[in-house]
Write a protein that binds this ligand. Structure first.
Ligand SMILES: CC(C)(COP(=O)(O)OP(=O)(O)OC[C@H]1O[C@@H](n2cnc3c(N)ncnc32)[C@H](O)[C@@H]1OP(=O)(O)O)[C@@H](O)C(=O)NCCC(=O)NCCS
Length: 170
């Protein structure tokens, strides 16, 4: 990471970054599909949201999910940060960063070597110490979901990775 230090994250008035429960599934589903409808990420069904619920972190205000993101294990050394979404009127408060940093911590605790993401927001991830990657260098298994993406095979998402072993990730 270069340039100025990251701004402090103020999660006061929220739950902080916590693991999702079944009560969050509809809120996660709404948030992800709000951004999916704008072409910013892949849509998710409510069923998929429940099936992958244990991957998710959320930030709640009261009962409401205002930010979410998931860490999904791909293989022994790799996991994906996905379904990262912050409510439109809660952007730029550090919620996205707090969730990605929780994924870094979880990835390390799980013994993962690195994380990847496919995104239209590469600068957000770069700000958090990630680096651009050639998607073709990622294992073929990461293409698992691509086949059902409306954009397939014309993917224009940008791949980024972070090495969790080099101590750079916060
Ligand atoms: C991308 C997204 C998750 C960022 O969440 P956020 O809570 O608004 O971002 P944060 O406040 O945590 O920002 C963290 C840092 O990234 C920077 N940043 C945030 N969005 C950025 C962007 N689009 N471009 C460049 N930098 C960005 C912030 O300035 C901040 O830097 P700082 O720490 O130096 O102040 C959010 O904008 C979002 O939900 N977007 C729509 C869905 C989406 O694109 N998801 C990503 C799919 S993987």
């Amino acid at each position: 990471m270069v340039g100025r230090s990251p701004s402090p994250v103020d999660l006061a008035g929220t739950s902080g970054v916590v693991r999702a429960t079944v009560h969050d599934a509809e809120g996660i589903h709404r948030l992800v599909n709000f951004w999916a409808a704008q072409g910013q990420m892949l849509p998710r069904t409510l069923g998929e949201t429940y099936e992958n619920l244990r991957d998710f972190f959320v930030v709640r205000e009261g009962e409401e999910v205002v930010a979410c993101g998931a860490l999904h294990i791909t293989w022994a050394d790799l996991a994906e940060v996905k379904s990262l979404a912050v409510r439109e009127d809660r952007q730029s408060r550090g919620y996205g960063r707090a969730i990605v940093e929780a994924c870094h911590e979880e990835g390390r605790a799980l013994g993962l070597a690195s994380l990847f993401a496919l995104t239209y927001r590469p600068q957000f991830f770069e700000r958090l110490g990630w680096r651009l990657a050639d998607v073709m260098t990622l294992p073929r298994k990461v293409w698992n979901e691509c086949y059902r993406c409306p954009k397939f095979p014309g993917c224009d998402e940008i791949a980024l990775v972070i090495d969790l072993r080099d101590g750079a990730a916060g």
